[in-house]
Design a protein around this ligand. Structure first.
Ligand SMILES: [Zn+2]
Length: 273
């Protein structure tokens, strides 16, 4: 089937990535240390840009599992957050309140200031579920309230094409490590603001994964993809370079960057523990 759709791509990678190799070679990610807790800790001098861009060292599965198993109750009792003390802290660090190694310390506010993450605002994410859109492996499909109308549109396309959309990723916390993602998360990904989903389709012609979606031989899947392509305000990642056929978003990062950025700080600040 011919797909003479736009090949224009607004994808993805910030130019800053070019000079972050000292960090990325270590498997780390350069990010603004004021806004993200980095479980494994930050390293300075490895990232381009101003001094607030620091290298968040990689946190593998054992790092994350270990981190969530520590007894941090003493710190939580004083409304603090336990983290590696190379992280940004608006109050100050105290030792003796957190489990784990000695540089894992309790950041708590001294005089009324908030902790690093949480900010005191509310989290504007919605857990979406509908007849034809479901979370794969019991995934809670979290999207921003401003993307719900698009999800409803996708749900009606799915119904018309007789497919079920199984969502594998929706809203994503910065720095979250993903197994099996087709393309590495771009710096300004719409997943980070809850305006994107990754998915596979269950169809009367069988399961349709990324290869199947790209190839276009499954008539139900093709029905669904064509409807998305014909909808202004929705983008399918199949024609991007590199191709990302399991991805749909509304292009917020490309068309309304300021809005994307404000939402990014809002959601990553208020929705991430
Ligand atoms: Zn995606």
């Amino acid at each position: 089937m011919l797909r003479l759709a736009l090949l224009a791509t607004f994808c993805c990678l910030a130019s800053a990535a070019l000079t972050d190799s000292g960090c990325t070679n270590l498997g780390g990610a350069c990010q603004d240390w004021r806004y993200y807790k980095c479980t494994a800790g930050y390293e300075t001098g490895l990232c381009s840009g101003d001094s607030n861009r620091r290298c968040c060292l990689p946190c593998d599965l054992s790092c994350r599992t270990t981190d969530s198993n520590y007894d941090d109750s003493a710190c939580e009792n004083i409304d603090g957050t336990c983290m590696d003390n190379s992280n940004y802290c608006t109050g100050s660090y105290s030792s003796g309140y957190c489990g784990g190694p000695s540089d894992r310390q309790c950041c708590s506010a001294n005089s009324g200031g908030g902790g690093i993450i949480g900010g005191g605002g509310s989290c504007d994410l919605v857990t979406y579920s509908s007849l034809n859109i479901k979370g794969y492996n019991n995934l809670k499909v979290e999207v921003h309230s401003g993307f719900v109308a698009d999800m409803d549109t996708l749900n009606s396309y799915a119904r018309q094409c007789d497919v079920t959309v199984w969502v594998t990723h929706a809203f994503r916390e910065e720095g979250q490590n993903l197994g099996g993602t087709v393309v590495p998360p771009a710096t300004t990904s719409n997943h980070l603001v809850g305006h994107a989903i990754d998915f596979n389709l269950d169809t009367p012609n069988g399961w349709c994964n990324g290869d199947c979606l790209y190839a276009g031989y499954n008539s139900n899947a093709e029905c669904f993809i064509q409807k998305v392509l014909n909808t202004s305000g929705l983008r399918w990642g199949g024609y991007w370079s590199p191709s990302d056929p399991v991805h749909i978003d509304d292009g917020l990062n490309a068309y309304h960057y300021n809005e994307w950025e404000a939402l990014y700080y809002d959601l990553q600040g208020n929705c991430v523990n």
